[in-house]
Design a protein. Structure first.
Length: 362
């Protein structure tokens, strides 16, 4: 049950809305998760409307048509409303609203990509009134960056388990402890590297189960079948499991039961999974991409390895899971780093500073 204060805007006059957050993707993606984390903070201080598709724990969305209607006049006490967008389709809709329909709005875009955008996104981004980059590296690939604001995790939703063993047992996967990787099953996400790491690790870690949380799209079903065949050939089909996707409202319970998160992508724009684990008191092992090195806090919360180093990931995981005192220290530090350096409240505060700068300039 979500706190009633998170829905305060629903009882306010619709025409007073000063912030519109778009979510046009019908699938729940990493972008969706980060947007939801921030929206749940922003509704506490803004007359906010979500536009497009639902997000968990957020106000019921309105249509793009309604958002445009409600943006015809500036909100009370402000020169314009802000539309916060995160995808190409959302940028296009906002630009049309501002430049063709001449609505009194300004557009803020969050950019996480740590590589050059293609031509059309580059043009769209160049039309934004303000850009927020999630990392210093991402800021180097986009214009008009007003702030670097790392994504944050909802530390009220993701919390450590009072009894990790009981939380793991409740998930029903068997064994005495769990290790997981979470994300689409495809080469870019390094699912094959996770499998390779588990083939090295599990023989030395009796009782451990490995979960590959996510699904393979049609073009990657052959990739998935190859992984399953490799696991079967190693005799580990009962220890490396494919539970499929986990609904967002069930993810906190999963995280609380894990002993380690392992993410080995070949590329990642930011990467929220280690943060969700950290907030749950779960350390991580990862490849050196995304913002993972910053999450690790010089190794206090996790271990970061070179790209493609599956054997090294297995060795690091064994060193953490095989040392009870070290695992406990990493778990405590992971929660501390998530709460004090990468919370959703901190992200919302950084974004708010950009909004206020825009409103202050009129």
């Amino acid at each position: 049950m979500w706190p009633a204060c998170w829905f305060r805007n629903l009882s306010l006059g619709a025409e007073l809305a000063d912030l519109f957050v778009t979510n046009f993707n019908r699938n729940f993606t990493g972008v969706s998760a980060t947007a939801a984390n921030v929206v749940r903070q922003q509704v506490k201080s803004h007359d906010l409307h979500l536009v497009g598709r639902p997000l968990p724990g957020c106000p019921e969305p309105i249509t793009l048509k309604d958002a445009r209607r409600m943006s015809r006049a500036a909100p009370e006490g402000k020169p314009f409303a802000i539309w916060h967008v995160r995808r190409n389709t959302e940028m296009r809709a906002a630009i049309w609203s501002r430049d063709v329909l001449k609505l009194p709005i300004r557009i803020v875009f969050t950019s996480a990509a740590q590589r050059l955008h293609s031509a059309i996104p580059r043009w769209l981004i160049s039309r934004m009134d303000a850009v927020i980059a999630t990392t210093e590296t991402a800021a180097g690939f986009v214009p008009n960056v007003r702030a670097v604001v790392p994504h944050g995790v909802d530390t009220a939703m993701f919390t450590p388990a009072p009894d990790r063993a009981a939380a793991w047992a409740a998930l029903g996967h068997g064994g005495s402890l769990g290790i997981a990787t979470i994300g689409r099953i495809r080469p870019e996400k390094g699912t094959d590297l996770f499998v390779e790491a588990m083939l090295h690790l599990l023989p030395d870690l009796p009782g451990a189960k490995a979960l590959i949380i996510g699904r393979a799209t049609r073009e990657h079903r052959g990739f998935l079948k190859g992984l399953q065949d490799r696991i079967a050939a190693a005799g580990l089909s009962d220890r490396i499991l494919f539970p499929g996707e986990v609904p967002q409202d069930q993810l906190p319970a999963l995280m609380r039961g894990l002993s380690l998160v392992m993410q080995l992508p070949r590329y990642e724009g930011f990467g929220m999974v280690p943060l969700e684990g950290m907030a749950s008191g779960v350390p991580f092992v990862s490849s050196d991409t995304g913002y993972y090195r910053a999450f690790s806090a010089q190794g206090r919360a996790g271990a970061v390895l070179a790209l493609e180093d599956a054997p090294g990931a297995a060795k690091s995981a064994l060193a953490i899971l095989g040392d009870t005192e070290r695992h406990a220290a990493l778990s405590a530090a992971a929660r501390d780093v998530a709460c004090h350096s990468f919370s959703a409240a901190s992200e919302a505060a950084g974004i708010e500073a950009v909004y206020q700068e825009l409103w202050g300039r009129g």
